[in-house]
Ligand binder design. Sequence first.
Ligand code: HSE
Length: 448
Amino acid sequence: MNYSHGERLVISNTKIQPPLKIGIGILGLGIIGSEFANSLLTQTSSLREKTETDITISKVLIRNKKKRRSVNLPGDIFTTTGLDVINDPNTNIVVELLGGTDPAFDLVRKALLLRIPVITANKELVAKHGEELQKIADTNEVDFLYEAAVGGGIPLIATVKRGLAGTKIEIIKAIINGTTNYILSEMSKSKIDFDVALQKAQDLGYAEPDPTNDINGNDAAFKLSILSNLAFNAPIHTENIYTEGITKITLNDFQYADELGYAIKLLAIAKRSPLGSIDIRVHPALVNKSAPLAKVNGVLNAIEITGDLIGEVMFSGEGAGSKPTTNSILSDLIEIAQNLKSNNKPHSFPSKKIDYSLYSIDQIEIRYYIRLLVSDKPGMMAKITQVLGNQNISIASVVQRENTMIERVAEIVLMTHKSMEKKLFEAIQDLDKLEGVREIATVIRLEE
Ligand code: HSE
């Protein structure tokens, strides 16, 4: 053994143990799966430093063996059968990156029952089956972690579970879908149509393979349900979250919103009232341009959390894309590897849930933006204000323009004062029946 000058010789009687070997079974090798697998291959030594374990890939579930891969692994590591990954004797941790619930739910459940810790980036799986999977994980004393399911690279789950565990969280207000934030930002900034912006988001790898859940708000609702579950200790299911997507918003709306001093964002909102009811919803909203959330653009996500001890804190960062998501998967992996190395039991999840009731969307009272196309003739505006007045809805401002495309048609944008949603939509139905009203084009809620 040679020692160079200055190096200290340490003599120890301790027998040096070889590092614990940990095999990772990966379910799914799409954009995220490939980035994650490549990170495992290139970060072997830094993962060893952080965990004092040797992390390797044991088996990978793929759909098509013929597809060319950007991951350099021996051919016998790939399989098209999910159970091969779980049953492989070298698999110590399963990382699920399939998306959707079938076959993800079945495979994750089986892994946990076999006492194999699981990491998933699958928000739909956690939103729909998280409670059941967590119970299985707790019973079997294994980790079930899903940092990558919400907020891409922003460490939100750990923050809500641990960093903010001492505070009573009262409000979550968030932009938690990168695809729709990218689309809305591009429509607003570059004046491009929805379809073009969506295609760009898909090309950049932000959107889901089928972007329906992004644009109709479901992806944000899955994430809000996961966050609320942790923040309020309340099992709020996605189907009970009022959800509206961004497909009705047009370039005109951005122009009017801008003139009125607002940005348009897809917001995920959950507010706990002092009596314990929860107002929870996902929908496009006008946000004052000076508000921090209005300045969150492109693929960025941002979450504002208000709590009794913390006031208001905000987290922001890249909310979609393979690299930020891989960061979150790796953080879960490092936690589990450290637990395995130290024989630590996983943190269990509080199973006692609070009693709560949910507000119906009809009950909320906020301000509204209404854009409508009407015949440009005398007395039209008076009739419109009369219909709104009948429902006790007060108008705060009006913008009217001649429509240059259709003769004798005017476009009107009304901003209301605070009104009850139920009354507002009754008024919208009445407006729709009013002679001379061509179209109620858009109704957008305003979030103060
Ligand atoms: N499609 C999701 C988004 C990916 O756009 O936010 C990250 O969950």
